[in-house]
Design a protein around this ligand. Structure first.
Ligand SMILES: *[C@@H]1O[C@H](CO)[C@@H](O)[C@H](O)[C@H]1NC(C)=O
Ligand SMILES: *[C@@H]1O[C@H](CO)[C@@H](O)[C@H](O)[C@H]1NC(C)=O
Ligand SMILES: *[C@@H]1O[C@H](CO)[C@@H](O)[C@H](O)[C@H]1NC(C)=O
Ligand SMILES: *[C@@H]1O[C@H](CO)[C@@H](O)[C@H](O)[C@H]1NC(C)=O
Length: 609
């Protein structure tokens, strides 16, 4: 038997010049059943030409929505004497191509040979997405994700190995795969993110979507990372897409070819996309959450200030955001504060100059004069931009709040919860020498009290300022690995577990303790490890507590989704009357105008309830 099988597969490889249709080449799975075989007499009409090849649509289509009727014919000189509308008969070798092992393969006809040009001037009418096709699925990407694109473990299977039969009405990857090579039109397109440095722009058209937020973006929600979207890549006519497109911009109708490249299904438009209108107002309004200057109405801000150093060009703008948009919260949780000479890679770790420069800039912008609390990291041990020594830090109004029994810990001293509960080191770092924090920021814990009129302390509370490990190393959400690889998830799980257990040790002593943990968790609330974080710590997601609508929970744009990496979690004692807002000062503006890659947030809490 083995030799017979070998004989048969050898025969298949050698079989040349079978006449096939384009749908037979594409097949009803991700990989072509004819991969590697030489075919001839493939008939099609040229729908578009690109710099390295052209696309043809079958003249003998089947009625199966799973089999694309179009294909890319790869060959630099092949199209020299051919033009859009020509009906041709062509032969070549079926090839599955990907430029990276973590991508999905694209089926192409390579080494093309023209058998015959049949006629010219044939119409090449695009398929209107959502009209000539079904609507793109709105929730799931692939059957192989097992119902949850965020599930762990990651990369349990690969598209290239499992090669599932396409279900274009159910799964987003299958929907776009079943259209690869096809000339399509997106009606009423809307930008749902900012373009990348090449001008590639994520859009949706006039089809059904889920997760639409007030600005026109699509917010990621539990088990839903927006497969109904498509990125618009480089135009086929050599023009360039604009780089200043904004979240929610409306665009003129887009016609182009569906393909897969650089980890994503994409449409290569026949010409550059054009913005027709922008969402208004152009800027968000300032927070409505104002401090009442007393313990029952304190405000807390949180802001990842993106590599802020004393000489940063964005120093003044960060200060204005804090004053004008966050209305100078009583306590600020900052992330990504760099040391006093920023990315210069030397032994300096102090951020005093960075923080005093920011405090001065805030005062200049009309804000209060803040004090700061920070613990320097060990040089080069907390990750981030080399030499920058980023850390988390607090700003606070010293006339209103003060550290309770201050006793700052060092870089390597671990604070603990003592009887009271109080802190061994205040402020202090959580288990800073634990391997979970290798090349990552250690959370900064502090215990505070509100200063009353007569100078006494009232309303004691704890804060934990966090910046968990990044998602770097993730695979594409439209890549081969299913579910996709969530980079750094194991680190974040260890970090979340340590932080949650620390919070638990406070609540074990005093179940009414007032605790706020805030910052850049680099993760979504409905995903491991934040599900573990809330289940161990018993803290509550402030978005849920304050009733922020699911689709308005975003502080960051990545790929096709508006998403939330920045959170506040509070203990039960702080849930009464809690209010919370995300201020979309960076996600709404064009790339060149954004000051940080994250939006800041503001909460108002009663810390003396
Ligand atoms: C391909 O088409 C040519 C011309 O129409 C014909 O002569 C030839 O037999 C066809 N080849 C196959 C394998 O069908
Ligand atoms: C295009 O046509 C010219 C003139 O007939 C011919 O010399 C050339 O080889 C053709 N090129 C291709 C790629 O077929
Ligand atoms: C997923 O797993 C496969 C098989 O072990 C491996 O070849 C591939 O590199 C992995 N992909 C990623 C993105 O880690
Ligand atoms: C930074 O400021 C803190 C608190 O104000 C102070 O204790 C520390 O000595 C300062 N460090 C440097 C290097 O100036």
């Amino acid at each position: 038997m083995p030799s017979l099988i070998r004989f048969l597969s050898l025969a298949a490889t050698l079989a040349v010049s079978s006449a096939v249709t384009i749908s037979e080449i594409n097949g009803k799975q991700f990989l072509s059943p004819l991969n590697g075989q030489t075919v001839t007499n493939v008939s099609g009409i040229i729908t578009a030409k690109g710099p390295d090849g052209l696309w043809i649509r079958s003249t003998t289509p089947d009625r199966d929505a799973r089999t694309s009727e179009s294909i890319y014919v790869f060959g630099r000189t092949f199209g020299a004497n051919l033009t859009v509308g020509d009906s041709i008969v062509v032969g070549g070798k079926v090839l599955e191509y990907r430029s990276n092992k973590d991508y999905i393969y694209l089926t192409e006809l390579s080494a093309p040979v023209l058998v015959q040009k049949v006629s010219s001037g044939n119409a090449a009418k695009p398929l209107v997405i959502g009209k000539d096709t079904s609507d793109p699925p709105t929730e799931q990407f692939s059957k192989l994700d097992g119902g949850d694109v965020f599930a762990v473990p990651n990369n349990v299977s690969q598209i290239s190995v499992a090669n599932p039969v396409l279900e274009p009405k159910k799964y987003g990857l299958d929907f776009w795969e079943a259209l690869t090579g096809e000339l399509v039109t997106v009606r009423k397109p809307r930008a749902i993110a900012k373009p990348n440095s090449f001008g590639d722009t994520w859009v949706v058209g006039d089809w059904k979507v889920s997760g639409k937020n007030g600005r026109g973006g699509l917010t990621m929600t539990k088990k839903d990372a927006n497969p109904e979207t498509i990125i618009i890549g480089s135009p086929l006519d050599g023009t360039a897409n604009p780089k200043n497109t904004k979240l929610g911009d409306t665009l003129s109708e887009i016609t182009g070819i569906v393909t897969y490249a650089f980890g994503f299904y994409r449409i290569l438009p026949t010409t550059a996309i054009k913005v027709t209108n922008s969402a208004t107002p152009l800027l968000p309004s300032a927070t409505k959450l104002l401090s009442n200057g007393k313990c029952d109405g304190l405000t807390f801000g949180a802001y990842n200030v993106e590599n802020l150093a004393p000489t940063s060009a964005h120093m003044g703008a960060i200060a204005s955001h804090i004053v004008d948009y966050l209305k100078s919260p009583d306590v600020m949780f900052l992330q990504e504060v760099q040391d006093d000479n920023g990315p210069t890679n030397d032994a300096i770790v102090s951020a005093n100059l960075t923080l005093t420069t920011l405090i001065q800039a805030i005062a200049t912008a009309g804000g209060p004069t803040y004090a700061f609390a920070s613990i320097d990291p060990v040089d080069d041990k907390d990750g981030g931009q080399p030499g920058g020594n980023i850390r988390v830090a607090y700003l606070y109004k010293p006339s209103l709040v003060r550290l309770y029994k201050p006793n700052a810990g060092s870089s390597i001293e671990s604070t603990e919860v003592l009887a009271g509960p109080t802190l061994k080191y205040n402020p202090g770092r959580i288990d800073p020498t634990n391997a979970a924090w290798t090349a990552s920021r250690k959370p900064l814990v502090a215990q505070w009290e509100v200063i009353t009129k007569n100078g006494k302390g009232a309303g004691r509370f704890f804060t934990v300022d966090v910046h968990f490990g990044s998602k770097g190393g993730s695979s594409s959400i439209q890549g081969d690995a299913r579910p996709p690889v969530n980079g750094g998830v194991a680190d974040r799980l260890a970090q979340a577990t340590l932080t949650a257990n620390f919070v638990k040790s406070i609540l074990d002593q005093d179940k009414n303790a007032r605790i706020i943990t805030a910052g850049d968790f680099n993760e979504f609330t409905f995903v491991q490890p934040l599900t573990t974080y809330t289940s161990i710590s018993k803290l509550q997601d402030l978005d849920a507590v304050a009733g922020v609508k699911d689709v308005e929970r975003y502080t960051y744009l990545f790929d096709m989704s508006s998403q939330q990496l920045d959170h506040m979690f509070v203990s039960k004692a702080l849930t009464k009357k809690a209010k919370y807002e995300h201020v979309h000062i960076n996600t709404w503006v064009e790339f060149a105008a954004q000051i940080s890659d994250h939006d800041p947030s503001v909460a108002q809490l009663d810390v003396c309830a």
